[in-house]
Ligand binder design. Structure first.
Ligand code: UFG
Length: 332
């Protein structure tokens, strides 16, 4: 890793993190601070949580407010932006597309305008495996064509395309990280997953244990070994480290790139449930339900590019560690 100091000068590098009060944004902010960076968080707190951010670092600003964003960027010069601020619920995006395009697409455009105005030319963007839809080839490589099945996925594709044009025209370099299934919690217990409403598998398995109310498995008639969907689960700390590697590659003068972030190993819903039972020592009450619209049977990343080009290695993403850290967080 390169040093977080500006080369030849004394001040620390300063990173502006949008959506830094959310799950992945707050975890990444902590790791940036641990690595010696200065961090300022922009979040409108519509989904993020105030308690996830040091109050001295938080600026409550909506991303659509370009003027206010530019003011934050001028407070102290920022060297890069890591852009998490977005709505993330696939199902919700299919009910209120206007809200998703406004927040995720128009919000990003507003952010890019503020960056242009204040001279920031490095950005790491929080993208998603949802840009691929139901890919023909698994493990998925970054050259797989865009084929989003949801407004959420489409909004991320659109921002990736905006970033291509901004590089070509304005020389703004970007790294898009396409996450697979983010999960787990900070091993020191400082941050973890807590969405409202919660739609993700591992927190819902815990909730079923804690409340005794059965969770539903969405389909067991897929063409997979046990009939349930297979996903690539990536620990949030490993995901956060990928952001640090990405921002450092931009600081080192590297080009715009797109990377998958996953482990390359898939687990079925039933395998995750079984691991949750092993780690917690408790039975998970569940019922078998129909398939959920838009679920691909198998999504596993080929992350060779990220490993080879940025030297990234997952350290916490074995399923037991994921579940153990998430369970500790759920019982905090
Ligand atoms: N699942 C259930 N029951 C539940 C919730 C989930 O069986 O109550 C299953 C889903 O069908 C899926 C797996 O558990 O097979 C994982 O589901 P999640 O909702 O936790 O995650 P997704 O794979 O649907 O979504 C994740 C991210 C999205 C992103 C997508 C990209 O959360 O933001 O990966 O593929 F778009």
């Amino acid at each position: 890793m390169t040093s977080p100091q500006r080369r030849g000068t004394s001040p620390q590098r300063r990173i502006l993190v949008t959506g830094g009060a959310g799950y992945i944004g707050s975890t990444t902010s902590l790791l940036l601070l641990d690595s010696g960076y200065d961090v300022v968080v922009v979040d409108n707190l519509s989904r993020g949580r105030r308690e996830n951010v040091d109050p001295a670092r938080l600026r409550v600003v909506d991303m659509l407010d370009t003027e206010q964003l530019a003011c934050v960027m001028k407070e102290k010069p920022c060297d890069a932006v890591i852009h998490f601020g977005a709505y993330i619920a696939v199902g919700e995006s299919m009910k209120i597309p206007e809200v998703y395009f406004r927040n995720n697409l128009a919000g990003s455009l507003s952010l890019l305008a503020a960056m242009l105005e204040t001279g920031i030319r490095n950005i790491v963007f929080s993208s998603t495996a949802a840009v691929y839809g139901m890919p023909a080839c698994v493990p998925i490589v970054e050259t797989e064509p865009y084929a989003p099945l949801s407004v959420y996925g489409e909004s991320k594709v659109m921002v990736e395309k905006l970033l291509d044009w901004f590089d070509q025209i304005h020389g703004m370099r970007s790294i898009c990280l396409r996450y697979f299934n983010a999960c787990g919690a900070d091993p020191q217990g400082r941050t973890g997953e807590d969405h409202d409403p919660e739609t993700h598998l591992i927190p819902l398995l815990f909730r079923a244990i804690q409340t005794g109310k059965p969770m539903t498995i969405f389909g067991d008639d897929y063409d997979t070994p046990d009939g349930t969907c297979i996903r690539d689960y990536i620990h949030v700390t490993d995901l956060a480290q990928a952001h640090i590697a990405a921002v450092e590659s931009l600081f080192a003068g590297g080009p715009s790139r797109r990377f998958n972030v996953g482990t390359g190993q898939g687990f079925s819903v039933k395998e995750v449930l079984q691991t949750v039972e092993e780690v917690t020592g408790k039975k998970v009450p569940y019922t078998m339900g129909p398939r959920r619209d838009g679920d691909a049977p198998l999504l596993v990343a080929d992350s060779t590019r990220l490993r080879e080009d940025l030297g990234w290695r997952p350290e916490y993403s074995d399923l037991h560690t994921i579940v153990k850290t998430a369970w500790a967080w759920a019982n905090r």
